[in-house]
Design a protein around this ligand. Structure first.
Ligand code: ADP
Ligand code: MG
Length: 375
């Protein structure tokens, strides 16, 4: 087992002017399951491939178990990788696929058999050991790919979107299995995904990356409850956080004809670069319907409602002076609408105007100039 350290690691691909991974500092603790998450093209695979030794590091160092591996050959790093396309050998049985790396390394036959059988038992593959990959389901193939990594008993597991070839239902089952398996084996794991739900449900900690730059690292609840900037706030959580920029007038956020109180600690951190504006964020579950005369609440023109049985959702436009409510009641992009979770038994109707209040303890406030958290 081993700790993994990225120490100011940068990767610029030949011919690119911008780094694909820019000055990355990341410490994965011994036995930890760390999920690296971000949109497509943000540098996740590049990070993983540098740790595997498949991609050159241009600046900085990578350490595994205290040892500098920055220029070490992949085969000497004692890591095992699970790819998105499982890359199984079609002409080999499950058992041979799983034991192949050990065979290449010259491990004795009985030892290989022992490790393969043990891994097969953990992965519920025992009865399939003599089958070829084409006679397996997608989920079983995925488990063979996992098995191939497990039998090597490596210091570190690297997984690059290993669930993206599975259908939605199987993905949910398999992510639980992988997370449980990792905890059982206790092997340090770097897991890459673009799916924030996978990150939230699987990781001990999550590292969010955008355009090659690390944004925040923390436990799932830390990132959910206290996102460090506007990007993390919008990226983590589904349905996503409502985020809007509003003028600050007399120490309050001006929302159309309404105002919402702002905490002094946040106001004090605004600078002239923010031009008396503030980004107010709140999650759909942290707001609720208010009575029409409620102060410290804002008006929402309802565009669409959803009754999911257990939950109700209202989608609407915040009524402000410069965005008249009528403007976008038709053909609205649901992603740009303000989302509020409500009791499905008291759903308003599309076209209604309702008052919404936000739990003040659950407001997320950011500076427009830096997009950094203020409270
Ligand atoms: N071999 C390469 N040559 C040049 N640019 C590359 C190469 N591989 C990846 N990139 C670029 O680096 C960035 C990060 O890519 P990647 O690490 O694959 O992202 P992710 O895995 O997060 O989707 C992207 O802009 C991509 O186009
Ligand atoms: Mg990738």
């Amino acid at each position: 087992m081993a700790e993994v350290i990225f120490d100011h690691v940068t990767r610029i691909y030949p011919g690119n002017d911008k780094p694909s991974v820019d000055d990355l500092n990341l410490d994965i603790k011994d036995g930890e399951f760390l999920v690296l998450v971000g949109p497509s093209g943000c540098g996740k695979s590049t990070t993983l491939r540098m740790l595997a030794g498949l991609e050159e590091v241009n600046k900085g160092r990578i350490l595994i178990g205290g040892k500098d591996v920055t220029t070490m050959q992949p085969k000497d790093r004692d890591i095992a990788m699970v790819f998105q396309n499982y890359a199984l050998y079609p002409h080999m049985t499950v058992a041979d696929n799983m034991g192949f790396a050990l065979k290449i390394a010259g491990t004795p036959k009985d030892e290989i058999r022992k490790r393969v059988e043990k891994a097969a038992e953990i992965l519920d593959l025992t009865e399939f050991l003599d089958r070829k990959p084409k006679a397996l389901s997608g989920g079983q193939r995925q488990r063979v790919a996992m098995g191939r990594a497990i039998v090597r008993e490596p210091k570190v597991f690297l997984m690059d979107e290993p669930l993206s070839n599975l259908d939605a239902k199987l993905r949910v089952q398999t992510r639980t299995q992988i997370a449980a398996l990792q905890r059982q084996l206790g092997v340090t794991t770097l897991y890459v995904t673009h799916d924030q739900t996978e990150a939230l449900t699987m990781g001990d900690r999550i590292a969010v990356i955008k355009l090659g730059v690390l944004q925040q690292v923390g436990a799932p609840t830390e990132l959910y409850d206290r996102p460090a900037n506007v990007f993390v706030a919008g990226f983590i959580g589904s349905p996503s956080m409502n985020l809007n920029t509003h003028p600050v007038v007399n120490g309050k956020a001006q929302i159309g004809a309404d105002t919402m109180d702002l905490p002094k600690e946040a106001l004090d951190k605004l600078t002239p670069e923010d031009h008396n504006q503030i980004v107010v964020g709140f999650r759909p579950e942290d707001a609720s319907l208010a009575t029409p005369d409620e102060t410290n609440a804002f008006s929402l023109k309802v565009v669409n409602v959803e009754d999911l049985g257990s939950d109700g959702y209202i989608y609407g436009n915040i009524i402000t002076d410069d965005s008249p409510a009528e403007q976008s009641t038709v053909m609205s992009d649901q992603n740009k609408l303000t989302t509020i979770r409500v009791n499905p038994r008291v759903l308003p109707k599309a076209g209604d105007t309702v008052k919404i209040k936000v739990n003040p303890a659950k407001m997320h406030l950011f500076a427009p100039s830096t997009e950094l958290r203020l409270n």
